[in-house]
Design a protein around this ligand. Structure first.
Ligand code: GLA
Length: 397
């Protein structure tokens, strides 16, 4: 991970020139994200509420006339992955000696998804730098994809809007990289705006930018990266998706989004003989409701009131959806015990990061309490930093 202070378009352009011997045609940025509330609701057609982080992936790029795709990452200096656009298929990166799940599959997958959608994309030289921590549940993959897509969109005059970019990047990740993710991360990276959380309906990508400025309320939203690596491709995520789909089938709805919160009691009765599906369904239905409640609070200017909703969301992720882990639980417990207004895991789960909403005056106390709790449990020291609601994808140079 590059130091955020040194990270910048000039540096990324210079790195491009060093690798490819020419100046790039431009430099684009796409951010990582945290999700304020609405976990594992996106593939159930539900609501989510992410916000973009200041941490970004920068893509320096130049088009090529010969249909060759050259990919280089600042994280793996010296090794250029070379592919032919015409030959890209979901196994191409593997054949080129790369790892199908490795970093190059993400930009290659984006080129493939654009081409597969009938868009006229040609060759490209690409250099990527990132300050988004990887494996931390902060959407480093979506940032890679969206930065690449933003570059291609302009260089090849594709005329894609930010929703289409998000959809194509999700397709790249689903069909090329092989991760069955929903649409939240790519949409957050493509569409978030500074000073806002994105209230997103994942059914039709209708969205509203909801003002969210914790600092103006004397608050801070802390990210607690447990540094337990999470892997979305490892089967547990797909299992949760399958349970949700089974629940929707059992209840006779298109997606769990169509189960009204007011019907929860009858759902509990209907699924009584399948306690696992019942818990998965209950998480999704209550979590969608919590997104609406958080939006109501923010619309009313009651930022502090979202704290208990965040903590209730964590309990639901932990107990009903079973996607937490001891380190995330400890982060949430230690933060709330030390006075955080609310805390929860964020992202796919099974490791990664938690967030905590904390009054400015309590930031020191909460941070120390989390550090101490991790040390006492024998866990690696967590990494804490503030989540400032930041700008989505954009061109920098
Ligand atoms: C990952 C996926 C998203 C979403 C979250 C859980 O980040 O990429 O689509 O499902 O997990 O909310």
């Amino acid at each position: 991970m590059t130091d955020p202070v040194e990270h910048g378009p000039g540096r990324t352009a210079a790195a491009f020139q060093e690798v490819y011997g020419a100046v790039p045609a431009g430099v684009w940025a796409a951010p990582g994200r945290i999700n304020l509330i609405g976990e594992h609701t996106d593939y159930n057609d539900g609501f989510v509420m992410p916000l973009a982080l200041p941490h970004t992936t920068l893509a320096a790029a130049a088009p090529r006339a010969d249909g060759v795709l050259r990919l280089h990452s600042g994280a793996v200096p010296g090794s250029v992955v070379e592919l032919r656009v015409a030959e890209l298929d979901p196994a191409a990166v593997g054949r080129a000696g790369g790892d199908r799940g490795g970093w190059a599959a993400y930009p290659a997958g984006v080129v493939w998804a654009l081409k597969d959608a009938g868009l006229a994309v040609g060759g490209l030289d690409l250099h990527l730098d990132s300050t988004v921590p990887t494996g931390a549940g902060l959407s480093s993959s979506a940032a890679l994809e969206v930065a690449t897509a933003a570059a291609l969109n302009e260089l090849y005059g594709l005329g894609l809007d930010s929703r289409s970019i998000a959809r194509l990047c999700q397709r790249a990740e689903n069909a090329f990289v092989g991760v069955p993710c929903g649409i939240m991360d790519q949409t957050a990276s493509a569409c978030c705006t500074a000073g806002h959380a994105l209230f997103l309906d994942t059914r039709d990508l209708r969205m509203r930018q909801v003002p969210f400025d914790p600092a103006a309320e004397g608050l801070r939203l802390l990210v607690i990266d447990t540094r337990v690596r999470h892997e979305l491709g490892d089967g547990a995520y797909a299992q949760r998706r399958a349970s949700c789909e089974a629940g929707a089938r059992a209840l006779g709805v298109r997606a769990l989004r169509d189960v009204p919160y007011a019907h929860l009691n009858s759902v509990v009765a209907e699924l009584a003989d399948d306690p696992v599906t019942l818990r998965r369904v209950r998480h999704v239905v209550t979590e969608i409701r919590r997104v609406e409640e958080v939006v109501e609070c923010l619309d009313a200017g009651a930022v502090r009131a979202i704290g208990p909703l965040l903590t209730a969301g964590h309990a639901s992720c932990r107990d009903d959806f079973e996607i937490s882990c001891p380190e995330l639980d400890l982060a949430v417990e230690a933060a709330t015990a030390a006075g955080a207004l609310g805390a929860r895991m964020t992202g796919g789960g099974f490791g990664g990061s938690a967030i905590a909403l904390v009054a400015e005056a309590a930031v020191e106390r909460v941070s120390t309490a989390v550090d101490r709790a991790f040390a006492a449990a024998g866990y690696r020291p967590p990494r804490l930093f503030p989540a400032l609601p930041s700008e989505g994808a954009r061109r920098l140079l």
